[in-house]
Design a protein around this ligand. Structure first.
Ligand code: ZN
Length: 211
């Protein structure tokens, strides 16, 4: 059974107005985001595709991966993409004590130097949101509008492509993963989706402080 929704329901956006779910609907801009990297093969693949479309994107990095793959991390930054914090060890907020969660966030923050944060699995407690914002007042917590499901190994690459194309609209924040698990789908979907969106007049921007 599918345990996630591709399109974020409006009700959830209303319940958590302090989180960011999408952007201005007036411009034909898409915000591609890539979680869980940087790692060999997959992150360089993504960088290459983005370059082909002159696209900028946002990479929510796991601190531990940054310490292991400093050269790939440097390449992401050098290409002009935006970096976001995704904790040091990819902690699930709902299962983690608040003080441990904050420490793990800070450990990643010391490496990543960013005001953007995405909670792993999208699971974060209200008490943790409060702590993080006290720690870093300019912090923007970025959720999403479209979850590609690229991490779902039961999902065919074709179906994954249909999902993202169907649900994306101007201002959408779309989640992909630069991870081994997602690669079979990502490798198929990303170039095809970007081709369709480009022909449709979309441009691709990174998230920034203005959100
Ligand atoms: Zn993640």
């Amino acid at each position: 059974m599918k345990m996630y929704l591709v399109k974020t329901p409006w009700l959830l956006k209303k319940i958590y107005p302090q989180l960011i779910w999408d952007s201005d609907k007036r411009d034909r801009v898409i915000y591609l985001t890539f979680d869980d990297g940087p790692i060999p093969i997959v992150t360089p693949f993504v960088l290459n595709i983005l370059e082909q479309y002159k696209a900028k994107a946002t990479f929510f990095c796991i601190g531990e991966n940054v310490t292991k793959h400093t050269d790939i991390f440097a390449n992401v930054k050098a290409a002009g993409h935006t970096i976001g914090n995704h904790t040091f060890n990819h902690l699930k907020g709902w299962d983690t004590a608040d003080d441990i969660y904050l420490q793990n966030f800070v450990k990643a923050s010391d490496l990543l130097h960013t005001s953007l944060f995405r909670p792993p699995y999208g699971r974060v407690k209200r008490s943790q949101i409060k702590l993080l914002k006290e720690q870093q007042p300019d912090l923007k917590i970025i959720m999403w509008d479209v979850l590609s499901g690229d991490f779902d190994t039961t999902l065919s690459p074709e179906k994954c492509l249909q999902n993202v194309l169907k649900h994306t609209e101007p201002g959408s924040i779309i989640v992909f993963h630069d991870s081994i698990k997602a690669f079979e789908r990502l490798e198929y979907v990303l170039p095809r989706a970007m081709e369709v969106w480009s022909k449709d007049g979309y441009t691709f921007s990174c998230l920034n402080q203005d959100f």
